[in-house]
Design a protein. Structure first.
Length: 342
């Protein structure tokens, strides 16, 4: 008994207890440099436990199942922030604790999915468009989404395993809105995508750059940062924005309702909001940043890279997914059929 008391006293003053300070981050894969998290731990003593997901749907299903327990931070795209707020899965963020919030572009705060940023803080944004191995495919030959349906690309295309980003293509080639809830339009998009299937080699969202780098596919419908990372490992990657427009997305930090380490979650967000952190992230993974104060820290080459920072007309012509409520189930059932080859 006495021994136990001494031991616990000793422990409470030992570094072991400090090491137990932690924050659990549920993030997209390949979405934050490990070195940056290590710097955070070095500075604060707070360990970051990371687990990853590769779609909003997976992240949502998990948090919903656990009632938001077990994770201190997650990084949903805007339309899932909206959905998670509606389902009471999130807790408010205390902006008084975020000394670096001021660095954010006012255009990227107070967005309609979360006015006043009560529940979310923008992390990165970007596009879903077409990356090609330009040694094999002439980038100028692809101007429209429809071009991917050309039989000459048999088995050459990788698609993200992402229902909304891929339905976007099907809806666009049919001339419909990517946020449609009309069952007939959704069906038409499914039928269009079904016709694309002979050209599709694989669906992949966990490091989709891999098959492009290895030469297993020549075309990948994927996120801009993955194209940027691919370009570090292969010579000739081009990132193409088809004329009909592309998916734009904004991913945001949120704190699940039952998070255990709320204080540490705020500390990590604030650390990431530092201009130097944001610049490090960009250099590593090549997504666009809402952090205006980070831009002067980038090389001229990066600042003018149109895969990182899409040109204005691309942004104007792009579209953010909205939460489609009941219609999600219909998309999902066509999506499963499509992937099963039905
Ligand atoms: C990177 C994930 C990109 C996030 N693996 C797309 N919203």
């Amino acid at each position: 008994m006495k021994k136990g008391l001494v031991l616990s006293l000793l422990l409470s003053f030992s570094p072991l207890v400090w090491a137990a300070e932690k924050v659990v981050l549920y993030n997209w894969s390949d979405y934050i440099p490990d070195s940056l998290l290590a710097d955070f731990t070095k500075e604060t003593g707070i360990q970051v436990e990371v687990s990853t997901y590769d779609s909003n749907e997976t992240m949502f299903a998990r948090l919903n199942l656990l009632g938001g327990k077990g994770y201190d931070l997650a990084v949903p795209s805007s339309f899932f922030v909206e959905k998670m707020i509606k389902q009471h899965l999130l807790q408010p963020i205390d902006k008084n604790k975020l000394t670096q919030f001021k660095n954010l572009d006012p255009k990227m705060t107070n967005m309609s999915f979360d006015p006043d940023n009560q529940y979310s803080v923008p992390y990165l944004w970007g596009t879903t468009a077409i990356a090609v191995n330009a040694d094999e495919v002439d980038p100028k030959s692809i101007k429209h989404w429809q071009d991917l349906w050309d039989p000459k690309y048999k088995k050459q295309i990788l698609l993200l395993d992402d229902v909304r980003d891929i339905f976007f293509m099907g809806l666009k080639v049919k001339g419909f809105s990517d946020n449609t809830t009309d069952p007939k339009e959704i069906e038409q998009a499914y039928l269009a995508l079904k016709e694309l299937m002979p050209n599709v080699q694989t669906f992949l969202s966990d490091s989709p750059k891999g098959p492009l780098i290895q030469g297993d596919v020549n075309i990948a419908v994927m996120w801009n940062g993955e194209a940027y990372m691919a370009a570090k490992e292969m010579d000739n990657v081009a990132y193409i924005y088809p004329d009909e427009g592309v998916t734009l997305w904004v991913d945001n930090f949120v704190i699940p309702k039952q998070a255990a380490n709320v204080e540490n979650a705020h500390k990590l967000i604030d650390f990431i909001l530092r201009p130097s952190s944001a610049a490090t992230i960009l250099k590593e993974i090549g997504y666009s940043t809402p952090n205006l104060a980070a831009i002067p820290l980038l090389s001229a080459e990066m600042a003018k890279d149109t895969s990182i920072f899409p040109p204005d007309p691309v942004v104007k012509n792009g579209s953010l997914h909205s939460d489609l409520g009941e219609s999600n189930a219909l998309y999902e059932s066509y999506w499963q059929k499509l992937k099963a080859g039905l």
